[in-house]
Design a protein around this ligand. Structure first.
Ligand code: SAM
Length: 262
């Protein structure tokens, strides 16, 4: 048994999935086929790994907990597993090639930095299915004007189409986390399907605008763009960041008058 003798470690965000119906729904949503380049982040005791292996998948596992790494290195899988003993935040996914499929019940303490890590190289992936804190998934898929809409929504929606697939209650895990969870699917948007933007400026604009999300843009962005820039991008300078769409932020990132010191 993979689980024999392992005690869940809080510092690695270990909450192991134990509900077979949830596991089954995730695997069906992923719909793996043998030719996929599938990478699992944080296999833990194998709640998702073992059903994937039973389908004959060849898998790459990324795991930080040395004890679990040793178990997976010794696991007699056919085809053999590739086990990467590393913090996923430092993994360079280009080593695995293109068209990668990612799956993971992620440690919640690293979810936001990890999502930005992925976004930095979004075209490398075919898709990703992650279990995350429900509150994070709500922010990822939020639309302008909603309470959850913010930097994470805009910056991820620029790169990915995203869909929340299911909510998962805390009792599906051992030990149960304090928060509810949800499974999200991310599919990179084709470069041609994204609005035109100056990405570097987009990133700074969005960060600055949402740092004071309830202030008018002419105030929150006053050091970056003029009121004229805002008007030229079709954005009323008295609006607040939380109402501005991705397309509008992208237009603003291209404004000619934009300057760092205005
Ligand atoms: N997949 C298993 C399941 O569903 O039961 C385990 C999920 S548990 C929430 C998160 C897993 O990620 C654990 O195995 C943990 O050791 C691993 N982990 C934690 N931090 C990590 C990191 N920075 N990089 C890679 N793996 C990590």
């Amino acid at each position: 048994m993979m689980s024999a003798g392992h005690r869940a470690r809080k510092r690695f965000g270990q909450h192991f999935l134990v509900d077979d119906s949830v596991i089954d729904r995730i695997i069906r949503a992923v719909h793996p086929v043998a030719t996929d380049r599938l990478i699992e982040i944080g296999p833990g005791l194998g709640a998702l790994t073992l059903p994937l292996l039973s389908r004959g998948m060849s898998l790459t596992l990324i795991e930080l907990d040395r004890d679990l790494v040793l178990r997976w290195q010794a696991y007699p899988a056919h085809p053999p597993l590739t086990v990467i003993a590393q913090d996923v935040l430092t993994v360079d996914f280009s080593q695995f090639g293109q068209s990668l499929r990612l799956i993971g019940n992620l440690p919640y303490n690293i979810s936001t930095p990890f999502l930005f890590h992925l976004a930095a190289d979004a075209q490398r992936y075919r898709d990703a299915h992650f279990m995350l804190q429900k509150e994070v998934v709500e922010r990822m898929v939020a639309t302008p004007g909603s309470r959850d809409y913010g930097r994470l929504s805009v910056m991820l929606q620029y790169h990915f189409d995203m869909e929340s697939l299911m909510d998962v209650e805390a009792d599906a895990f051992d030990p149960p986390p304090k928060v509810r969870s949800a499974v999200v699917r991310l599919i990179p948007r084709m470069v041609t399907a994204r609005p035109d933007a100056n990405f570097e400026h987009l990133s700074t604009l969005v960060t600055t605008a949402f740092a004071q999300r309830r202030k008018m843009l002419r105030v929150s962005l006053k050091n970056m763009v003029s009121e004229d820039d805002l008007k030229q991008a079709g954005i009323d300078p008295t609006r607040r960041a939380e109402t501005v769409s991705l397309e509008e932020f992208c237009r603003l990132s291209l404004s000619e008058g934009r300057s760092e010191n205005k």
